[in-house]
Design a protein around this ligand. Structure first.
Ligand code: ADP
Ligand code: ZN
Length: 351
């Protein structure tokens, strides 16, 4: 299936590859589709090794498969390599990999020569349902996640769930953290569906998996087309992410695990702020555990708070926090630092 979505900053083609539906496009075909004259692929060391035959004969730049690759140093180094390869405004940059790669490539492409065309081939579940979608890109500044970046849409996102066959279990769980997020904030029916199934159910049936991915992409696109610059409804997608961003780099947690912990903290805050029932928190925790995600972790609340104070969602001594009103419905509430710090302490005291 191919579908175009128009965002204020540009149109994105979503290309869902289904076996037997049509042949998989080559990198050159994608390049010609967008009237470009050459293509450079950026990927990480794992993906480059696993998919070597696919990349053979193509100009490929490779970054270490680590969150620490998401820094300005990498952007400088890749820009230099692009220059050496003769990349210019006629070049299509393709980011093929997980969220680390697509975040780097989106940012690199939006600043290299003041902007070149780019597309994504997400190869992780998390990348497919979230990281590659919506135009946000960027790199970290020390412990501050995604502090430097832009909102620039790729020309296309190419989906091929065959990549997920090589994905380790832990990365399946990380992807499900974002899927559970969509269920919590928008889609109680999806929450029930997820609660009645498990990872294998989706992993073993590519049609079921593609439908799940499409459903999440549709939620994200609906939100981002309404509010690309995140002044309103897009903020809801940060459910679980405020605390996650504080603890993720501090404890070197995979993003999905940090988000799972962040969603539990957000549910605890919601009990106070919106009177979310305790039973809802219990259901969210159970769902996270069903998808092998953590619900508890020892955290240093004071240190986490220091990082939170540099959060992009900070407004004076408040942070716009995403709370649940009920499963399937979220709201933005500006919360004072001390309320957040108390919740972090309470969470820490339970672990
Ligand atoms: P995310 O997409 O979760 O943000 P990363 O970009 O950090 O995450 O990717 C997570 C890990 O999965 C990295 O080690 C990356 O090399 C690896 N990876 C990416 N795609 C695949 C794949 N299709 N099969 C196996 N491992 C992959
Ligand atoms: Zn996320």
């Amino acid at each position: 299936m191919q579908q175009s979505v128009s965002f204020p900053s540009g149109k994105v083609d979503y290309i869902f590859y289904r076996k037997d539906a049509y042949s998989r496009p080559s990198f050159e075909q994608l390049m010609h589709l967008y009237h470009l004259q050459n293509v450079v692929i950026v990927t990480d060391e794992h993906v480059a090794k696993m998919y070597e035959p696919l990349l053979k004969g193509h100009k490929t730049l490779v970054v270490p498969p680590l969150e620490s690759s998401k820094d300005l140093h990498t952007i400088g180094a890749l820009s230099r390599q692009l220059l050496d390869l003769g990349a210019d405004r006629n070049t299509l940059l393709i980011g093929m990999g997980g969220g680390v790669v697509t975040d780097i490539v989106g940012f690199l492409a939006s600043v290299y020569m003041r902007g070149v065309s780019f597309g994504f081939i997400p190869t992780t579940l998390l990348g497919m349902v979230d990281a590659a979608v919506g135009g946000k890109n960027g790199v970290n500044l020390g412990l501050n996640k995604n502090l430097i970046g832009t909102i620039t849409q790729p020309k296309f996102i190419f989906y091929d769930t065959a990549f997920l066959q090589t994905l380790p279990n832990i990365e399946w769980s990380n992807g499900f953290a974002e899927i559970i997020k969509y269920a919590c904030i928008f889609d109680s029916q999806l929450f029930d569906e997820l609660s009645a199934n498990n990872i294998s159910h989706y992993k073993d049936d590519s049609e079921v998996l593609i439908s799940l991915i499409e459903r999440c992409v549709a939620w994200k696109n609906k939100t981002v087309t309404e509010d690309e610059k995140e002044t309103g409804v897009r903020k809801l997608l940060n459910f679980g992410h405020t605390a996650a961003h504080a603890i993720e780099n501090m404890y070197e947690l995979p993003h999905g695990k940090a988000v799972a912990i962040g969603m539990v903290i957000a549910c605890m805050l919601s009990e106070q702020i919106t009177h979310l029932g305790k039973d809802a928190t219990v259901r969210v925790k159970a769902l996270l555990q069903l998808y092998h995600l953590p619900v508890s972790h020892a955290i240093n609340a004071a240190k986490a708070m220091e990082i939170l104070k540099a959060d992009k969602k900070r407004k004076g001594d408040h942070i716009d926090y995403i709370v649940l009103e009920k499963i399937g419905q979220a709201a933005v509430r500006p919360l004072p630092f001390d309320v957040i710090e108390n919740a972090l302490k309470e969470y820490a005291s339970h672990n």
